[in-house]
Ligand binder design. Structure first.
Ligand code: ZN
Length: 231
């Protein structure tokens, strides 16, 4: 994405998914002068194996971790929708929240998780990806959908491109050799998640980035399924 400034909206199911799936690409795009904002759908309040942890405390911790990780990547704004972890549903209300944010921030590019990854895939990932795609097309485009947004002064908006991470069938590879260390630093902010497994996780992420990079002749890459929308 060389050239003029592009507005990117990253819709992530949980705090940490965006860093794992796309952190190197996000850091790289910010370095190129593009603007990136986050929409964090759930508060991640189930992601702990500590028997003494409460959902309330975990949600607070993870919000702070997400803010720090986003800051390291250069993300300019983080919007928390605050749904509880694991109970996300495909509802008109959730879809409407995403439509409203798309109309408000008018991103050229939206990144989210691929909802069509087969077999084991977190339910929140499946639903976030699917509802985000629906919100982009056709709902954000059509002024008769969620007309209350139009009444409050927001215009319909056409997103141009979508990047899906976690795809079974990636077709687009972004060179993250220059920003891989920033990705790892951002990932380290999620201490409640990476904790004592940090080194193993980092090793696994490096191996994956290396495999993706090899197919493209670069040291390290992230892989996406990319959709271009013609209206
Ligand atoms: Zn997740």
């Amino acid at each position: 994405m060389e050239g003029a400034e592009i507005r990117v909206m990253v819709v992530t199911p949980h705090p940490d998914d965006a860093e794992i799936g796309a952190g190197g690409t996000i850091a790289s795009w910010v370095r190129q002068g593009h603007e990136v904002i986050y929409v964090v759908c759930t508060n991640g309040d189930k992601g702990s194996s500590d028997p003494n942890m409460t959902s309330e405390r975990l949600a607070q911790i993870r919000q702070q971790e997400q803010r720090e990780a986003a800051k390291i990547l250069g993300v300019s704004e983080v919007i928390f929708l605050g749904y509880p972890d694991g109970v996300l549903e495909d509802t008109p209300a959730f879809r409407g929240e995403l439509v409203r944010l798309i109309r408000k921030h008018h991103p050229d590019v939206v990144m989210t998780t691929d909802p069509y990854r087969r077999y084991l895939w977190h339910r929140d990932h499946r639903i976030t990806g699917r509802v985000t795609l629906d919100a982009i097309f056709p709902y954000a485009r059509d002024h008769l959908s969620y007309p209350e947004h139009i009444a409050e002064g927001l215009a319909p908006h056409k997103v141009k491109e979508i990047y899906l991470w976690g795809s079974d069938e990636p077709d687009t590879y972004i060179d993250i050799s220059e920003t891989f260390d920033i990705k790892l630093a951002a990932l380290s902010c999620h201490a409640s998640q990476v904790g004592q497994h940090a080194e193993i996780l980092k090793q696994r992420i490096k191996e994956r980035a290396s495999t993706m990079g090899q197919s493209q002749g670069v040291p390290l890459a992230e892989a996406f399924r990319r959709l271009e929308i013609s209206y």
